[in-house]
Design a binder for this molecule. Structure first.
Ligand code: TXA
Ligand code: MG
Length: 348
């Protein structure tokens, strides 16, 4: 029944590995978002993840594994490691691993017999990824097996991109559990990995189930052929739930160039814009609005999106207006998260 943050300088890898082996939960930093991690082969520990997150047990978890060490042959390593978790590793999986791992890509493959039903939600596939964060890589290499980890937020809420966010998520919900949060700084990518289904590649080709900062074009550049997207697949995945990643404050999308008097409220609102600071402030000299300016750069916006939404949600605005995003492929994952956040917002 305790929750604590360990600063990076005080982290002791062997101690953490021992905690994992004893069935404890760790919140681990990754390049995308923080994960709520446990030994992927320990069913009791996996149950703790579902309980603490308040997540339905039929939603599968991603297994995080270590990358090869410098001296190892990459392709042989991926072949061997993926075969531990999957009964059928297509050559495309090896090619993508070589191109993008460690990095923000999750591959869905047919599961091997050793993978627990608690990880896969009873499905015959498994999600695998290799995170790109020094500290987590050291833990995975020392542990020598897989860590199952969903994003370290309560079900349906905004994913955490700092250790402090994780603390805020669970502080009042610990019950009998205990959680050690490893402070690895702010996440570099900021939104969750691209999920690519290769489990039916012979029948339907590679299918993106959740867009991320590795785009269909990036995947095409390695595999060629066709890469399709199906974010409404019949496979249960919480990123596929429409009202996900949601703030409690009402969130709407509107081009801030077209703001009109009706958009302003008797109480304060927050407006996130790509527009010109001076022009907007001159035009709307209202005291009842706080402006947040973002650069039109997809990587920067992805990195700051969840932190910004959390911050805005804590400020007691009557509503939040978010400028329209550019429509090109580089922004598609950000658009996906924002659309879901808008859909699930304003519930309180
Ligand atoms: O970037 C990420 O992927 C982060 C970090 C912590 O690695 N993790 C993450 O996990 O976003 P989670 O559980 O919040 O979202 C993973 C999504 C879920 O919607 C889950 O249902 C789906 O991946 N998923 C996992 N295994 C799957 C499988 N075998 N088939 C289809 N979807 C799967
Ligand atoms: Mg999640």
């Amino acid at each position: 029944m305790s929750i604590r943050i360990i600063p990076k300088a005080e982290i002791n890898i062997p101690e953490l590995v021992e905690l994992i082996q004893q069935g404890h939960l760790l919140a681990i930093p990754t390049e995308t978002v923080y994960g709520l991690a446990a030994n992927a082969s320990d069913e009791e520990a996996l149950k703790k993840i579902y309980r603490l997150k308040n997540r339905p047990e039929n939603h599968p978890l991603i297994i995080h594994i270590a990358p090869p060490r410098m001296e190892e042959d990459q392709s042989a390593f991926w072949e061997r490691e993926l075969s531990r978790w999957s009964s059928d590793v297509p050559p495309q999986a090896i090619a993508l691993a070589e191109a993008f791992w460690p990095g923000p890509l999750t591959l869905i493959l047919k599961k091997s017999r050793q993978v627990s039903d608690f990880v896969t939600g009873g499905q015959n596939t498994v999600g695998i990824r290799v995170p790109r964060h020094d500290l987590t890589i050291q833990i995975l290499q020392a542990f020598g097996s897989g860590l199952a980890a969903p994003s370290a937020n309560r079900f349906g809420r905004i994913s955490p991109t700092s250790a402090q966010h994780v603390l805020e998520e669970f502080l009042n919900f610990m019950g009998d559990e205990s959680l050690t949060i490893l402070d690895g700084g702010q996440c570099e990518v900021g939104i969750e990995s691209t999920i690519l289904d290769l489990s039916r590649i012979d029948e339907v080709g590679p299918v993106i189930l959740r867009p991320g900062m590795i785009t269909a074009e990036d995947i095409f550049s390695v595999l060629g052929g066709e890469v399709s997207t199906n974010t409404h697949s019949e496979i249960r995945h919480s990123g596929g739930v429409l009202g996900h990643y949601a703030p409690q404050t009402l969130l709407i999308s509107k081009e801030t160039e077209t703001l009109c008097t009706n958009d302003f409220m008797p109480q304060k609102i927050g407006v996130v814009t790509f527009g010109n600071f001076k022009e907007l402030q001159d035009k709307w000299s209202s005291q009842l609005v706080d402006w947040y300016f973002l650069p039109k750069d997809a990587d920067t916006v992805a990195r700051s999106l969840y932190g910004l939404l959390r911050d805005l949600d804590n400020r007691g605005y009557q509503k939040i207006i978010f400028d329209q995003l550019p429509q090109d492929l580089a922004w598609s994952a950000i658009q996906d998260r924002l659309t879901r956040a808008i859909y699930g917002s304003g519930q309180h």
